[in-house]
Design a protein around this ligand. Structure first.
Ligand SMILES: [Mg+2]
Length: 177
């Protein structure tokens, strides 16, 4: 039988972009933001200096050096047994990130083949059975079943099925088999 397909977002789902931005932002701006202090804020509210944030996100090696989310590697490997996995990232927003994201995946997720890496703009064209993502701008318009991965900016959004971590994501998806 054909395996069901899952599209998995990178930033905020496989890669801990939150910690990386906080570190860079605090260093550059002398703030003392923490993961706890930005819970429930939008990205604009959490990182008020938009120019500074833009500079951070466009810096060489920002995406290449992102920490991996806890349990992400083992969980994707586990899901791969029963699902076809596609890594789907709206990477063209930050052109410098394209090569860095491919290199990051090769280092941390070498079991994902190049055919299953989709670096794109809008995710509205993604037609997998499931999409795991942290942003409503993607989840609200995907063709398959949306699964919201908890992030500081989405904790007050309640209209999608939510998973708080990778262990929960695997449990929810394996239950569909
Ligand atoms: Mg994301």
């Amino acid at each position: 039988m054909k395996k069901k397909t899952i599209a998995i977002d990178m930033d905020g789902v496989l890669a801990d972009v939150e910690s990386q931005i906080i570190n860079h932002y605090n260093k550059a701006y002398g703030t003392h933001l923490t993961k706890e202090s930005i819970q429930g804020l939008s990205e604009d509210e959490a990182f008020k200096e938009r120019e500074l944030l833009h500079g951070i996100l466009n810096k060489d090696n920002f995406f290449r050096t992102l920490p991996v989310m806890p349990d992400a590697v083992e969980s994707v490997r586990e899901l791969q047994k029963n699902f076809e996995i596609f890594i789907v990232s709206a990477a063209t927003e930050f052109p410098i990130s394209l090569a860095e994201k491919v290199a990051w995946l090769a280092e941390h997720f070498p079991f994902i083949k190049w055919e299953n890496i989709v670096l794109c703009g809008s995710k509205r064209i993604i037609n997998t059975d499931y999409l795991i993502d942290d942003h409503c701008k993607n989840l609200d318009y995907c063709m398959g079943k949306p699964i919201m991965f908890t992030a500081f900016h989405n904790i007050n959004q309640t209209h999608h099925l939510r998973v708080n971590n990778w262990k929960e994501a695997v449990a929810v998806l394996n239950e569909t088999l």
